[in-house]
Design a protein. Structure first.
Length: 150
């Protein structure tokens, strides 16, 4: 799901410390599945292309509000690549493609019709706390990863 084209000045206003070539992942920081996804990306992002920000933080909140999304329920993670904001399963596919290598195979998910992809994503997202758990406190990156979290 492509959400919006985010002009560079809007992204810079929300995330002034983000390097110009970086991609940004906005995630629910208390969701075990979501923070696990971030840890997975960090482990496979050899080029350190991705930066991360919690949806609960000031940058995440500004982006959700700016895009007209609910800044409390976090119905989707957000991925900003080259100024384009992606959500739902398309965000995952975009990340996998950017990681390269074998992960590009995730692009096969695009053969599913968009309504089915969104339905699958929504079914998991709406039940993520029940299925995977919820942290009592926000996830903190381990040493060596913290510089990618803004």
């Amino acid at each position: 799901m492509k959400i919006d084209r985010l002009p560079p000045e809007r992204l810079r206003a929300a995330a002034p410390t983000l390097p110009p070539t970086a991609a940004l992942i906005v995630f629910d920081n208390v969701c075990v599945l979501c923070s696990g996804f971030v840890q997975w990306v960090m482990a496979h992002d050899r080029k350190r292309r991705f930066w991360f920000t919690p949806a609960q933080g000031p940058i995440g909140q500004a982006l959700y509000r700016d895009l007209g999304l609910d800044p409390v329920r976090f119905e989707t993670n957000l991925v900003v690549v080259d100024g384009i904001v992606y959500g739902k399963l398309e965000a995952f596919v975009k990340v996998a493609i950017q990681l390269g290598g074998v992960w590009r195979a995730a692009a096969v998910l695009r053969i599913l019709p968009a309504p089915l992809r969104d339905w699958l994503y929504d079914a998991i997202a709406q039940n993520r706390y029940r299925l995977f758990g919820r942290r009592e406190t926000c996830w903190l990156p381990r040493a060596g990863m913290a510089d990618q979290v803004i």
